[in-house]
Design a protein around this ligand. Structure first.
Ligand SMILES: Cc1ncc(COP(=O)(O)O)c(C=O)c1O
Length: 397
């Protein structure tokens, strides 16, 4: 064992700027209760309860056996980029050149690459509040400034073209959106998205749209932001719709003129995404696998159609019907409980008194964190029913 005491290393200031997730605190408490023998229902989870389907596992096993496990092209294997382009044609009716597709280690690496490529020190990037918490940190990692724009039910919890027009200044470089959104499950209406893209374009900025949840849309055929011009950058992933969270695989579609820059950055920062995951992911686009994903999408829709009215009956308000992802952003100000309107206290009470874990709004922004709770329905239907029964008891409903 080394006898020299550990010298105190100075951390970069950007580490302090990152707030830990409050949900981790709640998860720790839940784990403690579970170890003590309590049955806990997890409705805080941001990943599908389904895992990669059989054809993907078979493809992974074959890839392992045939030894295609070495570095790949930095942009990804050609067959996968072609398969992703084919998916855009099939699922969204749009033509995307495979040459514009950059395969990455999940949407996380895609967002980091996009921010590294486009954001300079002190550049401002507009995003809605609430939003996926890591988005602020991707911008901050590139030494830019995330500008959180309070976005309520009237805006479907999303940024609007009017926000872009009102808030754009000499330091603004672009917008970072997610549609459908985490934590709200709401997407931007196609007409509004078109207006946002046009407003940003007119100001010489960039539009990045994270479409990671787009495959999980329930009410209308989704429209990719790529339909609004080749200058739009979209982010996507195999994590959510394709049920492959731990495989760490995603992609970006970038403007043709930026492919070289993204390739250079990708080579230097990551070399490539996992070869094994890329070969396995080819099986996602086979008809038999797409049929499995469609059945799972319908199961998520069934759960949404159960949980939204159930939450309303419990006394939560769901001001905008979530049309995608697996989240409901529920207003907790009028629930019949002493902690109503204090999402952190209510989350603790639901955990300790009912054994149900949800995430308080404070993880997603600072505009109205006490008023909202994120409810995830990425858990079995029977568990959701059980959770509702427990909350009925807690709230005396
Ligand atoms: C909106 C959003 N973007 C990106 C990610 C990261 O996904 P990935 O697993 O592809 O890195 C998540 C994960 O929860 C997310 O909710």
């Amino acid at each position: 064992m080394n006898s020299v005491s550990e010298p105190q290393l100075r951390l970069a200031a950007r580490v302090d700027a990152i707030a830990p997730f409050y949900v981790m605190e709640v998860a720790k408490q839940a784990a403690l209760l579970e170890r003590a023998g309590r049955d806990i229902i997890h409705m805080s989870i941001g990943e599908p309860d389904f895992t990669a389907p059989e054809p993907v596992l078979e493809a992974a096993a074959n890839a392992l056996k045939s030894g295609v496990t070495q570095y790949t092209d930095a942009l990804g294997i050609h067959a996968l980029r072609e398969a992703i382009a084919g998916h855009y044609a099939h699922a969204y009716g749009i033509d995307v050149d495979p040459a514009r597709i950059v395969v990455t280690a999940g949407a996380s690496a895609a967002l980091l690459l996009a921010c590294t490529a486009l954001v300079d020190r002190d550049d401002e990037v507009l995003m809605p509040d609430p939003c996926y918490p890591c988005n602020r940190h991707f911008v901050a990692a590139a030494e830019g400034k995330p500008v959180l724009v309070p976005s309520g039910p009237a805006e479907r919890f999303q940024l609007t073209a009017a926000d872009v027009e009102r808030l754009w200044n000499a330091r603004t470089r672009g917008v970072l959106l997610a549609s459908p959104s985490n934590p709200t499950g709401t997407s931007i209406a196609p007409d509004e998205l078109r207006r946002i893209v046009e407003a940003v374009r007119a100001r010489g900025g960039f539009t990045i749209v994270d479409e990671i949840y787009q495959g999980l849309s329930y009410d209308a055929r989704p429209v990719s932001a790529l339909s609004f011009g080749d200058d739009v950058i979209t982010v996507n992933s195999f994590s959510k719709y394709f049920n492959m969270t731990g495989w760490r695989l995603g992609w970006l579609v970038v403007p043709p003129s930026l492919v070289g820059a993204f390739e250079k950055l990708s080579q230097n920062l990551f070399i490539c995404a996992s070869a094994l995951a890329q070969h396995a992911a080819l099986a996602c686009f086979e008809t038999r696998t797409l049929d499995i994903y469609e059945a799972r999408r319908l199961e998520f829709k069934r759960r949404r159609d159960f949980i939204v009215p159930a939450l309303t009956a419990l006394g939560f308000e769901v001001p905008v019907m979530p049309d995608g992802a697996f989240y409901v952003y529920a207003d907790c100000r009028s629930v019949p409980h002493a902690a109503a309107g204090d999402s952190a206290a209510l989350t603790r009470a639901m955990l300790h008194e009912a054994g149900v874990v949800m995430v308080p709004g404070m993880d997603f922004g600072s505009a109205a964190p006490q008023a909202y709770i994120r409810v995830s329905y990425a858990t079995a239907y029977a568990k959701l029913e059980q959770a509702v029964e427990r909350l009925q008891q807690l709230f005396g409903r």
